[in-house]
Design a protein around this ligand. Structure first.
Ligand code: SPV
Ligand code: MN
Length: 628
């Protein structure tokens, strides 16, 4: 194939020049190959200039992928009713024959998968424009970052990518012809009333092989399925990080926690869906670096991290002024916002489930005309917005953006949080004994309990190690080993914490919460103090917990609240039967995970022994003051 000839023939002069300038034969081959294969009517290359970005925004409106809302800068997009979340069943990592990843990750033989998806992609862009979008995964001019190129026939995808990711066009120049970039091909496929028609042919295949590093995505629109730079790039990055061995790609937010005398301490956090991840990163009084994906490296003996993104693709449900004031403000004032799958209210603005405002009388959502009494085919009420409805915003428009949000040198990590959800087991905040203990008993044992809002039995717990179970493109145990060894070349490891905002009265999964919505602010401040050795702690069988006096002071100074000893005792009781049951569950799962390191079982066995010893002395439920 003569790529240059194809490009010259199929691109107009201006667009051809944009590619030629990059002097990268691998890029030219990739673009030419998919022009031939997907057969678009035209090709638009976005070089990151303001006018090219404006073109994407305007085209998204002009061809109906987005509609304007009443507030300046706000638009809305609808996905098909059946394409509103990541399509796990249609997603697979392509691996050479006979290689198996973990049970949780679907794999397909590379040859078969490539053949299948390429048959689906054949001529899929007929009559459409192919967009070529360049991104930098991580800050520009940074050792952390990886350039990527996305081909897509969706302006909505292009629009999201220029908001969520830093521009990559200049970074491609710096590649000097190398093939060290990630590649993504996406098509919405044939549309009917603006949404994907052939959902039976929806495929998202991750080709992680070192010389390929390409994701093919067909017949879908939902951002988690279509936006290559986000979770698709994450699968490629996890595989590359594992091969290179000296960095990590984590499903983590990054934030600055503000301590005494102007001190800023950076903390990352991995939380499964619906466990409070974005709420924590956007908490009042602190500053945000990123809310979803981080690359981590050891630099000069320190663990440093960057936000792979520059925007947020957040879940909008339950964002209300009271609980998430910073996000609520961002979503209700003029600035660039793309809403997806929410309701257009009669005043022309976006409304969503749990926004804390009176229910609108009517509107238009992803199901068409909507009224509060609308029922679906099964007679169930149709919510105002889809439970996975999202917003896209740029962090630079937020006043709580951290000053180091785009620092190419990254931010130094003082602490790492693993945030789970349970009504009856883990205390609101606890520090692991050390890095290895934290990775093995907190990160690898991270669980999330199903709620009314999620499908499944209430109170059922899913293991979600490092909150990354859905995105692993390498065996789970390799990922755990990579996390264990990253600190080998560090002078000092960050502290590891667990967090749980969801304890309920008497451990009843339907009972009321025993911590307040704003209490996470206190747990963060306590972690910050611990990182600097400015707060003492009580040793329990599972880690270090705060002392009452320290929390009392923080509740008063940060929230102006009187924190009582009763509250403390209720929240921080060591619930031995539940903690032992958790160990049983986790061990049972890892017994079936191939190559689980022996130290994982050992760490849990030791924890079990410490819990049993304490139970013998003090009974099932032990108040912290009994240990002090
Ligand atoms: C998540 O589910 O973790 C997300 C949204 O961040 S998605 O892009 O769909 O993965
Ligand atoms: Mn995520």
């Amino acid at each position: 194939m003569d790529s240059k000839r194809t490009l010259q023939k199929r691109l107009d002069k201006k667009n051809y020049r944009k590619i030629e300038t990059l002097k990268n034969p691998h890029l030219e081959d990739f673009i030419a190959c998919y022009i031939e294969h997907c057969a678009p009517q035209s090709v638009f290359v976005c070089d990151g200039s303001p006018q090219d970005m404006q073109y994407l925004r305007e085209k998204a409106l002009e061809n109906g992928e987005e509609r304007k809302l009443a507030t300046a800068g706000h638009t809305i997009h609808f996905d098909s009713a059946k394409d509103q979340a990541r399509a796990k069943g249609d997603t697979a990592v392509l691996v050479p024959a006979n290689i198996k990843l973990s049970e949780n990750v679907r794999t397909l033989d590379s040859e078969e998968g490539r053949k299948e998806v390429h048959e689906i992609l054949k001529d899929i862009m007929k009559g459409k424009e192919m967009l070529v979008i360049f991104g930098s995964l991580g800050p520009n001019n940074s050792v952390f970052s990886i350039p990527g190129v996305q081909l897509s026939d969706s302006y909505y995808v292009g629009h999201n990518e220029i908001m969520l990711f830093r521009q990559g066009y200049e970074d491609f120049k710096k590649l000097k012809g190398s093939k060290r970039f990630f590649k993504f091909v996406h098509s919405q496929g044939e549309l009917i009333n603006g949404v994907t028609k052939n959902l039976d042919k929806r495929r998202i295949y991750m080709d992680i092989e070192p010389n390929v590093e390409t994701v093919y995505s067909a017949n879908n629109q939902y951002g988690g399925n279509s936006i290559g730079f986000k979770k698709h790039a994450m699968r490629l990055a996890i595989a590359r990080a594992n091969r290179e061995g000296d960095w990590l790609c984590e499903h983590m937010f990054l934030m600055g926690v503000h301590g005494p005398k102007g001190r800023v301490t950076y903390i990352s956090g991995a939380y499964p869906s619906a466990c409070g991840k974005t709420s924590t990163a956007m908490v009042q009084g602190e500053t945000i670096v990123g809310d979803d994906i981080a690359y981590i490296r050891v630099i000069d003996g320190e663990l440093k991290a960057v936000n792979v993104e520059k925007g947020m693709f957040g879940i909008i449900g339950d964002v209300k002024e009271k609980g998430d004031p910073e996000i609520f403000k961002a979503l209700t004032s003029p600035r660039g916002v793309i809403f997806s799958n929410v309701l257009i209210a009669p005043d022309g603005n976006a409304r969503w489930s749990g926004d804390g405002r009176p229910t609108p009388e009517r509107g238009v959502n992803y199901t068409g005309e909507w009224t509060p009494d609308k029922k679906d085919a099964d007679g169930k009420p149709v919510p105002i917005s889809h439970p996975n409805a999202r917003y896209t915003i740029e962090i630079k428009t937020l006043k709580n953006r951290d000053v180091k949000a785009d620092d190419p040198d990254g931010i130094p990590l003082g602490g790492v949080i693993y945030g789970g959800r349970d009504s009856d087991t883990t205390v609101p905040v606890e520090q692991a004994f050390d890095w290895t203990h934290g990775i093995l008993t907190k990160a690898a044992a991270l669980e999330s309990e199903s709620t009314f809002a999620t499908i499944g039995e209430i109170g059922k717990r899913d293991l979600n190690p490092m909150s990354n179970i859905d995105f692993l493109s390498i065996p789970l145990t390799d990922y755990i080993n990579d996390d264990l060894k990253i600190v080998k070349n560090a002078k000092k490891a960050p502290l590891i914490f667990s967090a749980n905002y969801f304890l309920r009265k008497d451990g009843n999964p339907k009972g009321e919460f025993i911590t307040g919505i704003k209490d996470k602010r206190i747990w963060l401040k306590w972690m910050e103090l611990r990182i600097h050795g400015d707060a003492e702690a009580i040793k329990t069988p599972t880690g270090f917990i705060p002392k009452y006096e320290d929390l009392k002071k923080l509740f008063k100074s940060v929230l102006g609240e009187d924190y009582t000893r009763e509250q403390y005792n209720e929240q921080f009781t060591i619930r031995i039967p539940q903690l032992l049951a958790k160990i049983d569950r986790v061990e049972k799962i890892y017994r079936n995970v191939p190559n689980t390191p022996e130290i994982l079982f050992k760490a849990h066995e030791e924890q079990r022994k410490r819990l049993e010893d304490l139970r013998k002395k003090k009974g099932d439920y032990v108040k912290p003051e009994e240990l002090a």
